[in-house]
Design a protein around this ligand. Structure first.
Ligand code: NAP
Length: 275
């Protein structure tokens, strides 16, 4: 398969549908004539066509008949409805790539009665080409097609191929939700900075610069995080005083483990509900 000649279909022209289109057009230089987007809203379809010169349709048949690779970019709760329109109508050679959170590879295959399925989980930063995408493909997907799929996914940023839904669900807590944890901590630090009489805009600058510096240090160092923290804290010093509270009887570690357990429980509820 030659990437430039593949016909892509995208079901769902929302936030992530647009990210897919943008990556295909701008990163992979796929012709707009080879991308067909389907969305319920005429205004949205036309706007994507104007912005990226892609084709659009409101008919499932157009996607089914004309696309070799079909992205499912609708919300998980919309999957059953979409699947009911695709099931038993997909020819064997079609490759379905889901970006829906929480819906397992087996769940997608079953609803679509189709084997060649790839489950991916991009994160928010895919919007700026700096994402991390977790993915796994059904064993029926050929090696040469996997290479194409990998090229497509790489256009959103870094890719990590895994071997189970369980790993996608667990790692999503790092790659998908991780930015929210960092923003949560940033908010706490920003509030504390403002409480010291620093203006809001400056407080944000202080926190973002600190975060950026710490991340570069983390990136460039071959030490693990515990060693880096130890390097920053001296015996009887103030950093140690903060961790005396946070890590007393492993409190913060236990809170995080409980939070992750709760999130995994939620993932399983979502997949049971929407598959
Ligand atoms: N946003 C993220 O950062 C992110 C990251 C990773 C993964 N994801 C996954 O990406 C998927 C899409 O998320 P999103 O944020 O892009 O959602 P979104 O903005 O709501 O986009 C979905 C689009 O699909 C349309 N749609 C609904 N049913 C349809 C149908 N039967 N046929 C064609 N189009 C249909 C929706 O219309 P309506 O508005 O009328 O429903 C909407 O325009 C989700 O499954 C989510 O889990 C999102």
């Amino acid at each position: 398969m030659n990437l430039k000649k593949i016909k892509f279909g995208i079901i769902g022209g929302g936030v992530m549908g647009e990210v897919l289109i943008k990556s295909l057009r701008q990163e992979l230089k796929i012709s707009g004539q080879n991308i067909l987007v389907m969305d319920l809203h005429t205004v949205r379809r036309n706007s994507l066509t104007r912005k990226y010169q892609v084709k659009n349709t409101k008919e499932y048949n157009d996607i089914i008949n004309n696309s070799k690779i079909i992205f499912l970019a609708v919300k998980p709760q919309q999957f059953k409805q979409v699947a009911s329109q695709l099931t038993k109508r997909l020819s064997k050679d079609r490759i379905i790539i889901s970006i829906m959170a929480g819906i397992t590879l087996a769940g997608i295959k079953k609803r679509l009665s189709h084997q060649q399925v790839v489950r991916t989980m991009p994160n928010m930063a895919a919007q700026i080409g700096s994402g991390i995408t977790l993915w796994m493909a059904d064993k029926s997907v050929k090696q040469s097609d996997r290479k194409i799929i990998k090229d497509v996914i790489t256009s959103f940023g870094m890719e990590i191929e895994v071997d189970s839904d369980k790993k996608i669900d667990a790692l999503t807590l790092v790659t998908g939700c991780g930015p929210a944890y960092l923003l949560h901590l940033s908010g706490i630090l920003e509030d504390f900075t403002k409480q010291q009489g620093i203006k809001s805009i400056q407080a944000k600058k202080i926190v973002t610069e600190m975060m950026a510096g710490a991340l570069v240090l983390y990136l460039q160092s071959n030490k693990d995080t515990k060693d880096l923290i130890n390097n920053m804290s001296s015996k009887g010093g103030v950093t140690e005083a903060v961790f005396d509270i946070l890590s007393k009887k492993n409190k913060s570690e236990k809170i995080w483990q409980n939070a992750f357990k709760n999130a995994l429980k939620r993932t399983s509820i979502i997949s049971k509900k929407y598959e």
